[in-house]
Design a protein around this ligand. Structure first.
Ligand code: SF4
Length: 322
């Protein structure tokens, strides 16, 4: 059965005292299963809200419209009971922060056992066997020790891997991982990379990886989506986006990397309550022209990538000097 996720005209806005925060503002996107798809962009680009909206985990002040289709269902309009059937079993979330994601007063093993007990009606004995067996896949020196630990007893890297183990315990079709390498050192990031690679290659899990870590995204992802101020600006294969970025924002993000030119991206991202007219990137763009200030560019397909910028059009590809 097709397990793609199809997002159509998605808007997620939040009512706040400062005004309406347009976190996701008109996103159309096909997430094809069998791939690891990275979403990159600065803080406040809307990437985490987009990920959370797939599982309908949104704050009460959210105003949502559009649709997120998965196996013939619109995830955005499912009630709590029906979305709970999908969360964890079919689409699982690995949230940003292990210290808030784990229950601090339950051991890691107990928390994984509960998944098998409630979702798969296993006996308590069989839950323990499955949990230990599953933990073995995550490069722990002793899975028994992790099983019997509380989260606060684990290092950052162990905690992140334990969270990934919990997120993948029910063998979901999709995992949405939100900043899985945040705050981790290079050695642990490498381990996390290996864990995700194995999940895809050995368990066939499709993944949406939300990250600031462009190095991880370039090594791990099949496709990259670049978000800015609630919009998608570029989408393409990892190879194309990292080696031949088309959008000026993508170029700036990549040039700012330590492994590239280390040139910081000029300017700051706009307030989501007061977005610029026209192209949202125009106040920071060195190629901006008059049209960019007043009319929002559409997405063009150019050489197999998608890009939202007036420098391109679908017939001629590159329009002018970039
Ligand atoms: Fe720059 Fe204009 Fe392209 Fe926006 S549409 S990125 S302002 S050239």
């Amino acid at each position: 059965m097709n397990t793609d996720i199809e997002i159509k005209d998605l808007m997620i806005h939040f009512y706040t005292k400062e005004g309406m925060v347009k976190a996701v503002d008109g996103v159309d996107l096909l997430l094809e299963s069998g791939k690891i798809i990275g979403i990159v962009g600065e803080t406040g680009s809307g990437k985490s809200v987009l990920g959370l909206s797939i599982l309908n985990i949104l704050a009460d002040n959210a105003k949502k419209s559009g649709s997120i289709l998965y196996r013939g269902k619109d995830l955005l309009s499912l009630d709590n009971e029906n979305i709970r059937e999908i969360r964890g079993r079919e689409i699982s979330l690995i949230p940003q922060n292990p210290s808030t994601a784990f229950n601090p007063i339950l051991k890691i093993g107990t928390q994984i056992n509960e998944l098998y007990y409630y979702h798969e009606k296993e006996t308590r004995r069989s839950c323990k066997i499955r949990s230990l067996d599953h933990l073995k896949k995550f490069f722990f020196n002793s899975e028994e020790r992790i099983y019997n630990s509380y989260n606060f007893q684990l290092s950052g890297g162990m905690s992140q891997r334990a969270l990934t183990a919990m997120g993948s315990a029910l063998n979901p079709q999709w995992i949405i991982a939100d900043e899985p390498t945040k705050g981790l050192d290079a050695v642990i990031r490498k381990q996390v990379y290996q864990v995700f690679k194995d999940l895809k290659e050995e368990q066939g899990v499709s993944m949406l990886l939300i990250t600031h870590d462009l190095m991880l995204a370039s090594r791990l992802c099949d496709e990259i989506i670049v978000m800015y101020a609630g919009k998608i600006l570029e989408k393409g294969t990892s190879d194309k986006v990292f080696n031949n970025p088309m959008h000026p924002y993508t170029q700036g993000l990549i040039d700012a990397q330590p492994s590239k030119k280390l040139v910081p991206l000029e300017g700051i991202a706009p307030s989501l309550t007061n977005l610029p007219t026209g192209c949202r990137f125009h106040p920071r763009c060195k190629y901006a022209k008059e049209v960019c200030r007043f009319e929002e560019p559409q997405i063009y397909t150019v050489k197999g990538s998608k890009v939202r910028c007036y420098l391109y059009d679908k017939d001629s590809g590159l329009k002018e000097g970039i």
